[in-house]
Ligand binder design. Structure first.
Ligand SMILES: C[S@@+](CC[C@H](N)C(=O)[O-])C[C@H]1O[C@@H](n2cnc3c(N)ncnc32)[C@H](O)[C@@H]1O
Length: 220
């Protein structure tokens, strides 16, 4: 067992306590891109969703069913539940479900809605269909290996409805074939989604970085 990560949310005077594991898959620790996205949600509290016709309509987090893909410890989804989402589902590979459940339980007293931890392996359409259509789909640092790109994008494509907003964060890495993987991912996304970059100045003043990028997507 690794140390528990405490993430403070000053605006509501509460913290998340996330258990991490010292051994296991990539998802067993909290990644920086998740903290940047969690802190962006805190800063926004409500999200502006751009419609296809570019009308802007406010979507309050309190009205949102939030689904997180590749949650790992559950950092982003649990943040949404702490900030007042109406329903949250955190998802990952089956081996991460016990850690997600542990983190739900550990934060239970502060969460403002029910949170479910379920297995969702990207590309498994049956598992995705059981979730319904979220208002907000979030994912942090999930663009990192070639074989997952098409399954991940098809899962996102099948989960999203026309009123779903996707918010994605990732850490820009230039080693090995990371750049190629990122370019391929964004190419696949652009076939299906409108993309909007979230500028650094809209992000949390302290928890942001030139290496970590945030994007919003809406189904085309
Ligand atoms: C780099 S970790 C990021 C974890 C968490 N989002 C964070 O930022 O702290 C990538 C996550 O994607 C999950 N993942 C990888 N391949 C997956 C797949 N095929 N289906 C579902 N989840 C997957 C991993 O288990 C892991 O939790």
């Amino acid at each position: 067992m690794l140390f528990t990560r405490q993430i403070e949310f000053e605006s509501i005077g509460k913290s998340l306590f996330l258990s991490q594991e010292s051994e296991g898959d990539t998802g067993c620790v909290v990644w920086d891109a998740a903290i940047v996205l969690a802190k962006y949600l805190e800063k926004q509290r409500y999200l502006l969703e751009k419609q296809r016709d570019l009308d802007v309509r406010p979507v309050r987090l309190s009205d949102c069913h939030v689904v997180e893909l590749g949650s790992g410890t559950g950092c982003v989804g649990l943040t949404a539940a702490l900030l007042g989402a109406s329903k949250v589902t955190i998802t990952d590979l089956p081996q991460l479900v016990p850690l997600m459940e542990k983190n739900i339980l550990q934060n239970h007293n502060n969460l403002r809605c029910a949170v479910d931890a379920i297995e969702l392996t990207w590309g498994n359409m049956e598992q995705g269909a059981a979730l319904g259509t979220p208002d907000l789909l979030v994912l942090a640092d999930c663009i990192y290996y070639e074989e997952s790109l098409e399954p991940l994008v098809s899962t996102m494509r099948s989960l999203c409805g026309t009123s779903t907003t996707v918010i994605l964060s990732y850490e820009h890495r230039t080693t090995g074939n990371n750049l190629e993987i990122q370019n391929r991912f964004f190419g696949l996304m652009e076939e299906n989604f409108w993309k909007e970059s979230i500028p650094l100045e809209d992000q949390h003043e302290l928890y942001r970085s030139h290496d970590i990028h945030l994007f919003k997507f809406n189904l085309r």
